[in-house]
Design a protein around this ligand. Structure first.
Ligand code: HEC
Length: 105
């Protein structure tokens, strides 16, 4: 009895989360810049496993370099494996091209 109500509770949470995700994705999907680029494709692939990919204008060039290094560690810790240098560069270039500095100056 206890077990099944816990199961139901978890299911409800899961359902709530996935609904929210779909709604979020459909709203946010149109807002990322330069979606046809290779950089964006790598970015959305490498950065969506653990959380919603961040908006590039959320950080400056310098900050992005730090965030990418930190995310490499998260990937390794979570068993995803680090990004190759090529892929890391593509993601970083995409983020920096549309970063806070890039847009405001
Ligand atoms: C293996 C899981 C994982 C992947 C893949 C991942 N992240 Fe994260 N990310 C995290 C975790 C965990 C946090 C929260 C803890 C922290 O901030 O270090 C986080 C937080 C962040 C933050 C918020 C922190 C801040 O300084 O604003 C940003 C931005 C971010 N990630 C960007 C990225 C980008 C860009 C990528 C793709 C290169 C990426 N993440 C891929 C796990 C991941």
């Amino acid at each position: 009895m206890k077990r099944s109500s816990l199961g139901l509770f978890l299911l409800m949470i899961l359902a709530a989360c996935s609904n929210q995700d779909t709604a979020m994705n459909s709203v946010v999907a149109n807002l990322y810049p330069d979606q046809a680029s290779v950089g964006f494709k790598q970015f959305s692939k490498q950065c969506s496993s653990c959380h919603r990919p961040p908006m590039p204008n959320q950080h400056t060039d310098l900050e992005w370099a730090g965030v990418i290094a930190l995310m490499q560690q998260h990937r390794a810790q979570a068993g995803y494996g680090a990004m190759s240098d090529d892929i890391k560069q593509q993601v970083l270039q995409y983020l920096q091209k549309h970063s806070q500095q890039g847009e405001s100056s």
